[in-house]
Ligand binder design. Structure first.
Ligand code: SAM
Length: 247
């Protein structure tokens, strides 16, 4: 059975969207992964197909009803696969490459796409949903976030990307220190462009020197641009050293 993604959404026509193109699109057509988008409104309990109501305690906007979303989740889970149930929300844990790898290792995902002010907290808790954010900004709906999460997952599925090495080397893959680094800068031909030359070492044919240069560049970029990632490396190193001295 191929990796299976279900989006629970008020806008099923937003899928596959960009995932119907390029590598992900080809993989979808070849059956390397499956995608279905289900209309949450189909699980409404009244003849007006109501999916939302006003927030308890007052305030602007509307909130998605727990009973309706619960019924949509139950239908998606009925296929029997033990898939991760994820609610996309700015209140969630930040999506990172480690979480992407974890989701790819399972049978697939069910993605609940919020709208309005979001989803009633009780169904999040009752269903044990994993709350995941794609960044510290607010989108108008969970669908673009679901597409981002799926794109990150699908490219790691076996057979989707040509070069296995590119996934191993790119940004956020764990370096030798065990913690993620940003990737080194990339260059291609022409060797000279608008007075800017490709760094000589990359043309030297000296593999060890190239690897050393790339490592230095990756470390510099991470230190300068992402001090949070860099300090995680320090923490991991300290942890390893502490373990070694205790043992
Ligand atoms: N009232 C919510 C808050 O302040 O946290 C924002 C609701 S937002 C307008 C509507 C929906 O968009 C959310 O329920 C969620 O599904 C989705 N969404 C918005 N920003 C997101 C983000 N950064 N990551 C993941 N999903 C997001």
């Amino acid at each position: 059975m191929s990796w299976h993604a279900t989006a629970l959404t008020l806008f099923p026509e937003m899928f596959p969207g960009s995932l119907g193109q390029s590598l992900a699109g080809r993989a979808l057509r070849e059956g390397l992964w499956r995608l279905d988008a289900r209309q949450i409104r189909d699980f409404a309990l009244d003849k007006h197909r109501t999916v939302d109501d006003t927030p308890c305690g007052g305030g602007a906007g509307m909130v998605l009803r727990p009973d309706v979303v619960d019924a949509a989740c139950a239908a998606a889970l009925a296929d029997g696969e033990d898939r991760a149930l994820v609610y996309l929300t700015p209140r969630g844990k930040l999506l990172d490459q480690a979480l992407v790898r974890e989701l790819v290792a399972g049978p697939g995902v069910i993605l609940v796409c919020g709208r309005y002010e979001g989803l009633d907290q009780r169904v999040i808790e009752a269903r044990g949903m994993r709350e995941v954010s794609i960044g510290d900004y607010v989108l108008s709906g969970g669908e673009p976030a679901a597409l981002v999460l799926l794109d990150a997952c699908v490219r790691l599925l076996p057979g989707v990307m040509g070069g296995v090495d590119s996934a191993a080397e790119e940004s956020f893959s764990a370096g030798a220190g065990g913690a993620p680094l940003l990737e080194y800068p990339q260059y291609t031909r022409p060797v000279e462009w608008q007075g800017r030359a490709v760094p000589e070492v990359l043309l030297s044919g000296h593999h060890a020197a190239v690897a050393r240069w790339r490592r230095e560049m990756a470390e510099r970029a991470t230190r300068e641009r992402r001090p949070d990632l860099w300090s995680r490396r320090d923490d991991m190193r300290d942890g390893v050293a502490a373990k070694a001295s205790a043992g």
